[in-house]
Design a protein around this ligand. Structure first.
Ligand code: SAH
Length: 251
């Protein structure tokens, strides 16, 4: 029996943001592998084996998925958002690169999903309307000085910056330090968006400025977008302001 391995992005939370391609992959699966809260979002059915695991065990989880697929199972690894953005697709690639040669022969498919920064951006307007970049603030997998260097470079280069993994109980000071860093380069009035749990029942979207941005408003489920010097705020009567970055930039 030939197994398959699919790595699917189930979007930020809302069922409506799961693409039909991902739904089809889930419907064809014999096994679901992933971080427990994401596995819990997959509809149970008879014949579908669930393999929930802890956070922070990405490589082990990737290895488990590859083993199951090589035993002939149809395995879907689920990631929140998009699987290629700070998520399982790279962990599976790492395991394929370093693991048994047979894993390279496996039938592998990566199915994209709506990543958090796109869902948050859509809620407030078009902050990613011009050049932007995404950074993870987690220093679990890279040293903090690298993050500082990238923040400086991104702000100086005029990119809008999406910050994934801004803060956690184990990483309380990184977001305050990053905002402080960005304030060196960007105007105090730079529009800044905190998008929390977008697409879930406890969603909260807050628009503020870089100067007033309060790290206490962020948690592990928050995506922060810091505008560039070009990003604008358009007040609207009876509606939340629009945050957008014009399509053209000045010299
Ligand atoms: N693969 C995921 C990102 C995983 S990293 C994706 O493409 O979205 C985890 C980080 O993603 C969180 O710390 C947070 O910054 C962001 N995130 C994930 N889901 C989110 C949601 N529903 N709302 C806001 N941010 C979210």
């Amino acid at each position: 029996m030939t197994g398959t391995l699919t790595i699917a992005g189930i979007g930020p939370g809302d069922e409506a943001m799961v693409t039909p391609e991902v739904s089809a992959a889930l419907a064809a699966a014999t096994d679901i592998v992933g971080y427990a809260p994401y596995v819990a979002r997959v509809r149970r059915r008879t014949g579908l084996a669930l393999h929930p695991s802890d956070n922070r065990t990405e490589l082990k989880r990737a290895g488990e998925a590859l083993r199951l697929a090589s035993e002939g199972r149809h395995v879907v690894v689920v990631s929140s958002g998009d699987p290629g953005v700070f998520a399982m697709a790279a962990a599976v690639c790492e395991q394929i690169e370093s693991g048994p040669a047979a894993w390279r022969g496996l039938d592998l498919e990566i199915v994209p999903g709506v990543t958090a920064m796109l869902a948050v951006a859509a809620r407030v307007g078009a902050p990613l309307g011009h050049d932007f970049c995404a950074l993870s603030l987690s220093d679990n997998l890279k040293p903090w000085p690298v993050i500082e260097r990238r923040l400086d470079a991104a702000a100086q280069a005029g990119f809008v910056i999406a910050l994934y993994n801004p803060i956690s109980r184990a990483r309380p000071w990184q977001l305050p330090a990053a905002l402080e860093r960005l304030r060196r380069h960007l105007p105090a009035t730079t529009p800044t968006v905190f998008g929390r749990a977008v697409g879930r029942a406890d969603e909260n979207i807050a628009v503020t400025t870089l100067q007033a941005a309060d790290p206490a408003g962020a948690d592990m489920a928050t995506l922060v977008i810091v505008g560039s010097a070009e990003t604008r705020l358009v007040p609207r009567p009876g509606h939340a302001p629009l945050v957008y970055t014009p399509r053209s930039a000045s010299a």
